[in-house]
Design a protein around this ligand. Structure first.
Ligand SMILES: CCCCC/C=C\C/C=C\C/C=C\C/C=C\C/C=C\CC/C=C/C(=O)SCCNC(=O)CCNC(=O)[C@H](O)C(C)(C)COP(=O)(O)OP(=O)(O)OC[C@H]1O[C@@H](n2cnc3c(N)ncnc32)[C@H](O)[C@@H]1OP(=O)(O)O
Ligand SMILES: Cc1cc2nc3c(=O)[nH]c(=O)nc-3n(C[C@H](O)[C@H](O)[C@H](O)COP(=O)(O)OP(=O)(O)OC[C@H]3O[C@@H](n4cnc5c(N)ncnc54)[C@H](O)[C@@H]3O)c2cc1C
Length: 572
């Protein structure tokens, strides 16, 4: 049942119950509270939404307006939407599906505000699914995609909940209204860190889906003449088609491996946090924010490249690519808008750079910032060597982080306030953070292909894919590598020719590489990407099922076209 609900469309949105509501209980509830709600959620005996974003605030969580005011006389919290812009807006499943929600609200007790905290609120009757007293609910209307999901709105008119409905694993309010501080105020945000980490795998899966569709279709589709008089070739024989698709295919593998690292990091750091060691939280936040931002942005662009590579049929919903693009586009905004998330990573990098300048030895994903020499040693580099490629990406990132941080320091030395200096350098900061995440993805890709337990013939293919991904990144951002002479023009030319060689080397394994994602036709939902390659027959069958084909002459003819034609003919 639960699995069926997960896939149900048509106004039933249960995705967020699984990926946000239930994990919030797991991560933010006390053991007592878990006994009360966790099994109900896991068995779908209740259905929940994660209600944080409001009409007026999504990014700036500290600016949320919904209030939760503690009333010691009744030991209850009063949940209220004081303004129109405080209306909860966007949460998946909130409109029509969920009967509970974890509501992020500004906590007030004894007249003082302690910032955003999570509260469990029942929003619909378990008997007849009507909204609970004081709760107004609805759907926010059609969206770019995912219209099967009821992203909704909610307003609370002084709704009373028991004190025990505040999720109190980290912070709590005692019966008399005393607020007890959490080890870190950011622990209330921990489920967002978790969800951003899962978006890296969503991005990998989305890009894997799109490249599966486009590569398979590019082997079915024959078009034009490569040589006069010869049969039309598979469009995957064109180097331009390979240049469009293979870097996306390589990125899908790169992001898949990055999501493995993200999952492992999340588990290990949250494990330490359970024992009171918060030292890894900052790195976890910076990594999850940066990887989420980078992988979802590259994925959305990459899916559209795959769509265009399939010509007209790519633009049809029969291909499955428009829906994938719409979904991936959502990932760029949801769970932390990409720009804002990359700025969070930049904030961490600037902090680490300052520590490195003060002599601290950096560790983890920023260790390279301490190690990289500012003065490049130019020379004929072996641009097919993975170590050389990784070092180039790390040098580029270190240079850009240093440049952005020094620019900011310069602005402050001219008398600008730190916040103004930050804002006036934020484009540089974003580019530096992107370079940092890019270098992490390349390094992780290289380390994974060198260590993953596979047959040596498979390792050889994955190594080619990693070289292709890295060489594509260098040629696409050549200026960054040339800027301080770390790479020369000859190196860039060598990178380009190696990239061409990699396209040809990956070609024979392209179909096997997408088949390896093992995405069933039922998941791909694409006529173009069918495993059996029978595209044309199924394209025709798919079109015949179009609602417009239910009648030979559509009713619109009699309503509009016929009178219009008649009146035009009468004027002749
Ligand atoms: C199998 C085949 C499948 C194929 C298909 C696959 C996929 C298909 C494609 C797509 C999927 C389909 C459809 C897509 C549809 C929908 C997507 C699905 C679900 C959507 C779910 C979305 C849910 C949500 O959006 S929930 C709401 C999310 N909201 C946010 O993320 C808000 C973002 N804002 C914030 O997090 C914060 O406001 C801020 C920006 C971080 C700022 O916080 P603030 O308190 O103001 O802090 P600062 O002043 O900036 O910094 C202070 C200090 O705190 C540190 N900090 C900040 N945050 C954290 C944190 N989380 N953890 C730790 N530390 C933190 C910060 O670094 C700083 O530290 P310092 O002082 O030391 O520097
Ligand atoms: C499909 C989908 C599903 C969602 N599901 C949920 C859900 O289940 N639960 C939930 O609570 N929310 C959900 N959301 C809401 C989502 O979390 C927010 O849309 C997101 O956090 C962005 O906030 P915002 O919409 O207020 O955009 P804003 O923050 O207003 O962003 C608008 C622009 O302002 C820029 N900007 C904002 N702040 C800064 C800054 N400090 N520096 C530089 N630029 C800045 C942004 O970069 C962006 O370009 C969902 C959204 C979508 C699209």
């Amino acid at each position: 049942m639960a699995a069926a609900l997960q896939t149900l469309g048509g106004g039933i949105g249960i995705t967020l119950h699984w990926i946000a509501f239930t994990p919030t209980i797991e991560q933010q509830a006390t053991e007592e509270q878990k006994k009360k709600w966790l099994k109900l959620a896991q068995d779908v005996a209740i259905v929940g939404a994660y209600a944080q974003t409001e009409m007026g605030h999504g990014t700036f969580v500290r600016g949320l307006e919904t209030t939760a005011t503690y009333d010691p006389s009744t030991q209850e919290f009063v949940i209220n939407s004081p303004t129109l812009t405080s209306t909860k807006w966007w949460p998946g499943g909130l409109g029509k599906t969920a009967n509970h929600a974890t509501v992020m609200a500004q906590l007030y007790t004894r007249g003082k505000c302690y910032g955003p905290h999570n509260f469990m609120v029942q929003i619909r009757s378990l008997e007849n699914h009507q909204p609970c007293p004081g709760v107004t609910l609805g759907d926010i209307g059609p969206k770019m995609e995912s219209n099967g999901n009821d992203n909704g709105f909610a307003r609370f008119d002084h709704v009373r909940i028991p004190r025990e409905n505040m999720l109190m694993k980290f912070a709590r309010v005692e019966a008399d209204g005393t607020y007890v501080q959490p080890p870190s105020s950011k622990l209330a945000y921990s489920n967002m860190v978790y969800l951003r980490g899962t978006f890296v795998m969503s991005a990998a899966q989305a890009l894997a889906s799109a490249t599966t569709i486009a590569v398979r279709y590019s082997c079915v589709r024959r078009q034009s003449e490569m040589k006069p008089g010869e049969p039309e070739p598979q469009i995957l024989e064109y180097q331009t088609q390979q240049y469009k698709l293979f870097p996306q295919l390589a990125a899908a593998y790169a992001f898949w491996f990055a999501s493995w690292f993200m999952t492992q990091q999340h588990g290990s750091i949250t494990g330490s946090m359970e024992k009171g060691d918060m030292s890894g939280l900052a790195e976890l936040h910076a990594l999850s924010a940066g990887l989420k931002s980078y992988t979802t942005a590259v994925t959305a662009r990459g899916i559209d490249v795959c769509r265009m590579a399939c010509g007209g049929h790519g633009y049809s919903h029969a291909s499955g690519l428009p829906a994938l693009f719409g979904g991936a586009a959502a990932l760029c905004t949801a769970e932390g808008e990409n720009t804002v998330m990359m700025l969070q990573t930049a904030r961490y990098l600037v902090k680490c750079f300052a520590q490195s300048q003060a002599g601290k030895r950096l560790t983890g994903t920023v260790a390279y910032l301490s190690a990289v020499q500012p003065s490049p040693v130019a020379g004929n580099r072996n641009m097919s060597d993975l170590g050389t490629l990784v070092a180039a990406f790390q040098h580029r990132a270190a240079r850009m982080v240093r440049h952005a941080a020094m620019q900011m320091q310069g602005e402050m030395q001219k008398g600008k306030a730190r916040e103004d200096a930050w804002n006036s350098c934020s484009v540089l900061l974003i580019k530096a953070a992107e370079a940092h995440v890019h270098s992490f993805v390349v390094r992780n890709f290289a380390e994974t292909v060198q260590t993953v337990e596979v047959d040596e013939s498979v390792r050889a293919v994955l190594t080619s894919l990693c070289q292709l991904y890295s060489l594509y990144g260098i040629t696409e951002h050549a200026g960054d590598f040339l800027k301080d002479g770390y790479l020369t023009g000859r190196d860039i030319d060598a990178a380009s020719s190696h990239l061409s060689a990699m396209l040809a080397r990956v070609r024979p394994d392209a179909v096997a590489l997408v088949d390896a994602f093992d995405l069933h036709d039922k998941i791909l939902r694409s006529v173009l990407g069918r495993y059996d390659g029978r595209v044309y027959e199924h394209l025709y069958e798919w079109a015949k099922k179009s609602p417009l084909n239910k009648s030979e002459v559509h009713e619109s003819y009699y309503k509009y076209l016929q009178p219009f034609l008649k009146s035009n003919r009468a004027k002749l």
